[in-house]
Design a protein around this ligand. Structure first.
Ligand code: E4P
Length: 214
């Protein structure tokens, strides 16, 4: 499973990339707003840091606006993936962008039927939001299971990109279910590396090492 970092924070992206943990990056307007910087400037800097798919989201909601913004995003770097909301106008734009050879990530997916339409439109990635479903007492990972099964049944090429990840269990479940990609906040990437027995074991080794004659 590929790991993307779900962040617009350059220092987080740099740190995760140093760990070798970053195959790509996803951004969204909320993440960029936290930086206080222009969306274009942030994305350009990410493109210099990470050599992998980098999702940049359109802000328009009409077919024409999504298409125009999508083409503009795609023109800035070969690794750009245009993030498009899962609405009817968005699906139409995905069809056109796909026909033009532009990669897309269809975002805000909350159902298997939506995921089917995104695949039919030719999306490169579908982003089901597991955490936001869990937040309203639905089962986010059950949706991943459904989408992975449907895409396998019909050999859809669209990759399942698990988004809205809140904790390490989401990540291991995504991998177990056969998702193609999981986009993970920096805090959760750090949590993935942690285990109390590793810390305890290391402390003991370091203590015992002091007893070894030099
Ligand atoms: C990434 O593509 C999504 O925009 C992001 O994972 C949403 O996460 P959130 O539900 O924590 O805002």
């Amino acid at each position: 499973m590929k790991i993307f970092i779900d962040s617009a924070d350059i220092s987080e992206i740099r740190e995760a990339a140093r760990m070798g943990a970053v195959d790509g990056v996803t951004t969204n307007p909320s993440l960029v707003a936290k930086t206080g910087r222009k969306y274009l400037d942030v994305v350009k800097e990410i493109c210099e840091l990470v050599d992998g798919p980098i999702s940049a989201e359109v802000l328009g909601i009409s077919y024409e606006d999504i298409l125009r913004e999508g083409r503009e995003w795609a023109a800035i770097h070969k690794n750009i993936v245009v993030k498009v909301p899962l609405i009817v106008e968005g699906l139409k734009a995905v069809r056109t962008l796909t026909n033009e050879g532009i990669k897309t990530n269809v975002t805000l997916c909350f159902s298997a039927s939506q995921a089917m339409l995104a695949a039919k439109a030719g999306a490169t990635y579908i982003s089901p939001f597991v955490g936001r479903l869990d937040d309203i007492s639905e089962d986010g990972m059950a949706l991943i299971d459904q989408i992975v099964t449907i895409y396998r049944n019909y050999h859809y090429k669209t990759e399942v990109l698990v988004a809205s990840v809140r904790h390490p269990i989401h990540v291991t479940q995504a991998a177990t279910l056969g998702a193609d990609v999981c986009t993970i906040p920096f805090k959760v990437i750090e949590q993935l590396a942690k285990h109390p027995l590793t810390d305890l074991g290391l402390a003991k080794f370091l203590e015992d090492a002091k007893k070894i004659p030099r």
